[in-house]
Design a protein around this ligand. Structure first.
Ligand code: HEM
Length: 469
């Protein structure tokens, strides 16, 4: 990049990139708040060992440019490069151009419309099974409980239920290990500080003869176990055939691109892993935040319960065909995602010089649309830190003011699935148990890998209970 290019970049902190990375790692939201206070809605950040700048926007005009711009110029896969060592080189998350389009077309059908609604019963059953395990009168972490539900749901959605049920248990265990270690402090540091090529080398070394001495050996082992089990499930399904099955793996095995080509084993493995990881941790965290906000706002909780009472059947079950009537619950879910977005930014790397919201930016710049900052702009969302689902009742939010799932051709593939799942899980919980926040330390936002979760697993106490049969 020439000095003229650098001179034209929006202002930003001049502290060392290492200090910037440390703040980004440990206090990311405070950092975003501080930078927006100091520099306004556009600022440049430089991070260690990356020659090219990151330009952050909390501007709807910039967000619009990202959603409607040319995806060959605004490269999301390149901006997600860090995730390559986690989800693989064929993952939808790290692809761009035609390869992304092809893969996205193959993967979309199971996550939309009636196909997606077919998983509703599995979502409700997974919630009821988990509820039956909750202790009464004793604090337990609700985040972990939500992870158990969403992992169960995504495993059943992807692989189906049936013959391989026994194989799902070890995969589940490996995924829990991988997610827990991968989102730990060490895993997060590895993800953010080590470029993908070196990360792969470290992972190989960690499984070598002296691997156990390396601190990330456990992460590598969890990753390898997950990989082996996913590949075994793919191979078994190829052998057994897909006739009569409606799970995602079977649909992807049968899918053909415009040239009639099927997905390869490597592609299937990377996409399975992408769906398993992207499809459970995010939704679980969003559910934990929803419960946090509802417990902190008893008036809204009471309104949601009253709405639910009109819908549940005589056994206290939530009928799946009446979910559309839960408009306040729907609004509370959206307000949760506004106030505490799970992922605070989405990025696009520029493949050529581009002007975004009046700023001429050079090739290589990563343009960051700040979900967190836009969602908290007082001019767009009056009294922005107040939890008020009323903002969404009867209103369709502007996709440049509210975008917890990103946007454009890269919008979250699982958005409809996640919103549907959140509705079923929350409705089933609210119709079945009473929860109270566990006494103790107040909940803070903490980083878990690339997601932002409530601290300490968000302990709650289940006080009364009547599990429907
Ligand atoms: C509350 C839950 C969730 C949130 C907040 C969330 C958020 C996001 C965000 C912000 C992106 C990036 C979009 C962009 O760059 O514009 C994304 C991408 C993606 N998400 Fe989600 N997600 C959630 C649940 C899910 C679920 C349940 C699945 C799968 C079942 C999923 C699969 C994906 C995939 C495959 C992509 C990559 C899409 C592409 O690049 O074409 N997500 N998600």
């Amino acid at each position: 990049m020439s000095s003229t290019d650098a001179a034209s970049l929006p202002a930003g902190p001049t502290t060392s990139p290492v200090v910037a990375m440390a703040r980004w790692l440990f206090t990311p939201l405070a950092m975003l708040d501080g930078l927006s206070k100091q520099y306004g809605n556009v600022f440049t950040l430089r991070l260690p060992r990356l020659p090219e700048p990151f330009v952050f926007f909390a501007e709807p005009e910039a967000v619009r440019a990202l959603w409607h711009g040319d995806p060959d110029v605004l490269r999301a896969g390149e901006a997600n490069e860090l995730l390559r060592s986690v989800v693989g080189a064929h993952s939808l998350l790290v692809l761009d151009g035609d390869a992304h389009l092809r893969e996205r077309r193959l993967m979309l059908p199971p996550f939309h419309g009636d196909r997606m609604r077919a998983y509703g019963a599995a979502m409700r059953d997974a919630t009821l099974r988990e509820l039956a395990r909750w202790p009464q009168g004793r604090a337990f972490p609700i985040h972990g409980a939500m992870q158990a539900i969403t992992l169960d749901v995504i495993l059943r959605t992807i692989f189906g239920v049936g013959a391989e049920a026994a194989q799902l248990a070890p995969l589940r265990e490996a995924l829990v290990r991988y997610t827990t270690l991968g989102t730990s402090w060490l895993g997060t540091a590895l993800l953010l500080l080590v470029p993908p090529a070196q990360a792969s080398r470290i992972q190989r070394a960690a499984t070598g003869p002296f691997g156990a001495l390396l601190p990330w050996a456990h992460i590598s082992r969890a990753q390898q176990d997950t990989d082996r089990l996913v590949r075994a499930l793919i191979a078994d399904r190829r052998r057994a055939g897909t006739a009569g099955r409606d799970d995602v793996l079977s649909m992807l095995l049968d899918a053909r691109d415009d040239h009639g080509a099927p997905m390869t084993d490597d592609e299937l493995r990377d996409e399975m892993l992408t769906l398993l990881l992207a499809g459970h941790e995010t939704t679980a965290t969003a559910l934990a935040w929803a419960i946090h906000h509802l417990l902190a706002n008893p008036t809204w909780l009471a309104r949601l319960r009253a709405e639910l009472a009109e819908v549940v059947d005589a056994d206290g079950h939530v009928p799946l065909d009446r979910l559309d009537r839960l408009v306040l619950l729907d609004a509370a879910i959206k307000e949760t995602l506004r106030l505490t977005p799970i992922i605070p930014l989405v990025g696009r790397r520029l493949a050529r010089p581009t002007t975004i919201a009046g700023h001429a930016l050079p090739t290589g710049t990563t343009v960051m649309a700040s979900i967190y900052l836009v969602h908290r702009r007082a001019d767009l969302w009056p009294d922005p830190t107040r939890f008020d689902p009323g903002r969404f009742v009867g209103k369709k939010p502007d996709p440049t003011h509210f975008f917890p799932f990103g946007g454009g051709t890269r919008r979250c593939l699982g958005m409809a699935f996640a919103l549907y799942e959140m509705k079923i899980v929350l409705a089933t919980i609210l119709a079945t148990v009473d929860l109270a926040p566990a006494p103790g330390r107040p909940v803070r936002v903490v980083r878990r890998g690339i997601t932002f979760a409530p601290s300490g697993g968000m302990p709650v106490v289940a006080t009364t209970r009547s599990v429907p049969r």
